[in-house]
Ligand binder design. Structure first.
Ligand code: 4FL
Length: 233
């Protein structure tokens, strides 16, 4: 997969995407990542990327000209152009899976108060939010999206890191897990996990995942039941 990013802060992308699994995916050419500075697509002396909203009000908006020029230079017919903004579709694992099926993504990071509406109307194929809070710009959301999508690309995760766990837990929160020692300062690992009885362990884990999800994220339970029903049929 190829991912291009259009941002006012290319320096923010140094570090988080240069480590660990994402680094390896890039080295193996499973992910081809390019970060582009929106200012490189301006032509005036001050390299202006934003302006005041018509009608008044606080903050600045990304101007259409540099964004249009950049997207026209970077995208082709098959590119999925995605704006990162708090007004977008909420990112979840289902949407991540959908995005992992595209050949090319172009992520456009918003800044300040947002985008001129014409960018949204005629340039963007989709608009995505990573959560109901406001950040200083869309760079961190873009990195979150890149991380979540990259780990689903074929060949990126090794067997030990496998992404199959998601289908096992049917969208439920993860069940409690333990590693050695079996007794740490008197805190003991549940007996069933030491029993070697695989069917009992599977049952215990599903029940734990259900309880935890009901308590912490009841909104996920309905979706999880639906996913299990579809899988069982
Ligand atoms: C984007 C917040 C996506 C959450 C400020 C500019 C944002 C964001 N998801 N905040 N972009």
């Amino acid at each position: 997969m190829k991912i291009d990013v259009l941002t006012l802060f290319p320096g923010m992308f140094c570090g988080p995407l240069d480590e660990s699994i994402i680094r390896r995916a890039r080295d193996q050419k499973l992910l081809e990542l390019s970060i582009h500075n929106l200012r490189d697509y301006t032509h005036d002396r001050h390299r202006t990327v934003d302006d005041k909203p018509f009608g008044g009000g606080p903050g600045m908006l990304l101007k259409p000209e540099p964004v249009f020029e950049a997207v026209e230079a970077l995208a082709n017919e098959q590119t999925r152009v995605i704006l990162l903004s708090p007004a977008g579709r909420p990112l979840n694992q289902g949407l991540v899976r959908e995005l992992s099926g595209y050949q090319d993504l172009l992520l456009v990071c918003g800044s300040y108060e947002g985008f001129d509406e014409r960018i949204r109307e005629t340039l963007a194929d989709d608009e995505i939010s990573v959560g109901d809070y406001v950040l200083t710009n869309g760079a961190l959301p873009a990195m979150i999206l890149i991380d979540a999508v990259t780990r689903l690309l074929p060949g990126v995760l090794g067997d030990d890191e496998s992404a199959c766990d998601e289908s096992f837990s049917f969208g439920l929160l993860e069940y409690p897990q333990y590693t050695r020692p079996a007794d740490f300062r008197g805190m003991k690992v549940p007996e069933v996990l030491l029993s070697g009885h695989h069917a009992e362990i599977v049952k215990w884990r599903l029940e734990q995942a259900r309880q935890r999800t009901a308590q912490r994220r009841p909104d996920l339970l309905k979706a999880a039941d639906e996913a299990k029903r579809v899988q069982d049929n």
